[in-house]
Design a protein around this ligand. Sequence first.
Ligand SMILES: C[S@@+](CC[C@H](N)C(=O)[O-])C[C@H]1O[C@@H](n2cnc3c(N)ncnc32)[C@H](O)[C@@H]1O
Length: 359
Amino acid sequence: MTSGDKAAAADVQSGTAGEDAGTGQAVVAAWNALGPLMDLVTPMALRVAATLRLADFMPDDGAGEGAAIGDLAERAGADPDALARMLRHLVQHGVFTEKGPGQFAVNETAALLRTGQPAALWLDLDGFGGRMDLAFTGLAHTVRTGEPAWEQVFGQPFWAYLDANPAISASFDATMAVDAGNAAVADGYDWTTVRHVADIGGGTGTLIAEVLRRNPHLRGTLADLPETAGRARQYLAGLGLDGRCEIIGQSFFSPLPPGADAYLLSRVIHDWDDAAATAILRRCAEAAGSTGRVLVIESTAAAGDPAAFAEMNLRMLVLAGGRERTIDDYSALAADAGLQVTVVHDITERHVIIECVPI
Ligand SMILES: C[S@@+](CC[C@H](N)C(=O)[O-])C[C@H]1O[C@@H](n2cnc3c(N)ncnc32)[C@H](O)[C@@H]1O
């Protein structure tokens, strides 16, 4: 909706067309707030620009001429007219510049879409980030039924879909490995009383690598599904940490290797509903025995970013039927799994480590 449309709509809505300036301004302000939230054109255009890697094929804005639309279309495998229309829309929103007719360049905002940038990964419609966005086309189904939209949109539940689509699974793992706040977790806990740490659902190993690197006295175990465990094996070997970390490809719904002093569950529990989350915690509690502890790393409602919490709470439901939780919620789950929360460590503005021991 253009600003002219919004003003006209505001006049109609207010029924005053300027006679009651106060009401009219309030409606315009309301439209100004709602309009940008309604738009699906720009978010989709951004995603297509990232998916086609357009920013990779253009020079920087300051560097002479832009890239000609014909060349761009050829390199991106796109229709020149359609591509130009989409780019001109993005230019109007401050992404890319048009230096001369049909000559496009990358400004600072568009540079964030270049390959290797986190935004390029998140926005790629052929990767996990894009699938996650498209799952939201099923949001009405989720809201009506309380069920994850993923299965309705893609025909299989989330984890089964990843298992059946290795490229999306690899993209999911890569996305999880980006900016996971691992350094803050590794620094945010006193590891001196731990000798053996197990990272359950540990992904490709980026967290346990940080923990092991900073604490040479520690040895580790990482457990994740076989495909992901394979990627963790490669990653840890690349860092020379494979000698200090055993990697196990298994489900965390099966009995876990016993005997570690600390079992980490980082961003795992929020993927699951209460019954599954309790089952995972119970497996950790069994493996921890009477002397181990379980460290749950999550964001919570109290952790200082209510907007991020609300968004993630919805995402978890739409994707896999999971949920974000409060400390009280985690305490209740822990109790059902035979654990009690002893300390909550605030590690970043958004994340906490919830330390649990057997009851
Ligand atoms: C949201 S990711 C978090 C990864 C990592 N802990 C982190 O903080 O970046 C959830 C992890 O749970 C793993 N996972 C999902 N289902 C699993 C299962 N049944 N058994 C073991 N791991 C599983 C996924 O492969 C993924 O690595």
